[in-house]
Design a protein around this ligand. Sequence first.
Ligand SMILES: C[S@@+](CC[C@H](N)C(=O)[O-])C[C@H]1O[C@@H](n2cnc3c(N)ncnc32)[C@H](O)[C@@H]1O
Length: 303
Amino acid sequence: MLPHPVLPAQGSLSLEQSIWRTAAAFEAANLDFGHGTDNPLDEASWLIMHVMELRVDRPPDYSQSVSADRRQACNTLIERRISERIPLAYLIGKAWFAGHEFFCDERALVPRSPLAEFINADFFDLYRELGSVLTQPPQRILDLCTGGGCIGISCALAVPECRVVCSDVSTDALDLARSNVAKHDLADRVSLVESDLFQSIEGKFDLIISNPPYVDAHDIDNMPDEFRAEPILGLAAGDDGLDLVRTIVAEAGKYLTPRGWLVVEVGNSQPAAQAAFETLGLTWLEFDHGGGGIFQLPASSLC
Ligand SMILES: C[S@@+](CC[C@H](N)C(=O)[O-])C[C@H]1O[C@@H](n2cnc3c(N)ncnc32)[C@H](O)[C@@H]1O
C-alpha cells in the first residue's frame, strides 16, 4: 500500500496537476515502462485520460477539474500499477497499436511491437522500397504468433482488400484475438487458426509477419516485474532466443508465394539472429519511432 493517495481527496485539482502528480509518483516508484509508453509522463497521461474518458488522440483541456470520484478511481489504478507492477494496459483492459484500440488482458502480451510503424507505412510503397516485384499490396497475410491479434488486424485495416490468417498456439490468446476481430468488424477477412507455428497452416501468403517469442534465457532471468505479468509462453525462446525463429526461417519458404516476404521481430536477439542466419543476408528494418530487431527476407532467399 502507498502511504497516502497520490491524488488528494480534498481541494480542487486540474487534469494537468493530476497528470504531473501521477508522473512524479511513477518516477519515484522506479517503474519499468515498455508496455505502450516509454516514460512516466506518457503513462500518467494515459491513466488519467482513461479515467476521465478523454480521447488520447486529441489534446484535452488541461485546466478541467478532476472530480473526487475520478480521483479515487485514478488512485486505485495508480496504487495497483505501483504496488503490483501490472502493465497499465492490463489494468484498464485496452491498448493502442498502429493507431487502433484493442482489448488487452493477461491472455496475451501487451501490444508494443515496432511493426506498428511498418504496418502504417504504405505497404505498396514499402514493398517497392524493399525491391519487391509485387505489383499490388499483399493479398493474403499470415500473422504467425498473433497473441491478441494486433498485428494481423492492423494489417487488415491497412490493406482493405487483403485476407489475413492470425495463428497462435494459445487458445486463450486466440479468444482475445477473436474479441478484437469482432471489435474491428473484420470477421469476413480475418480468420483465426490454432497452430503450433506452421503445423495447421494451409495455403500460401504474400506476407508472413511475426512477432514470436524471442527473449533469451539471460533476459528472462533479469526482466522487470512488469513482464512477469505477461504469459511466459509469449516471451521465452530458449538460450539464445531463437528457438521458434529457427523453425520459422526454416519453414516459411513453403508458405510464401514466389514474390512473398517474411518479416520477423527478434528484438534483443538481433545479434544471435544475425549470426545464425548470416548466409541468408537478413535485411534489418529501420524505424523512425524507435525500436528495431526486425528482419525481412524475400521468399527467394528461403526456398
Ligand atoms: C511475443 S507474443 C506476440 C503477440 C502479438 N503478435 C504482439 O505482437 O503483441 C508471441 C505469441 O506467440 C505465441 N506462441 C508461443 N509459442 C508458439 C508456437 N509454438 N506456435 C504459435 N504461437 C506460439 C504466444 O502464445 C504469444 O501469443
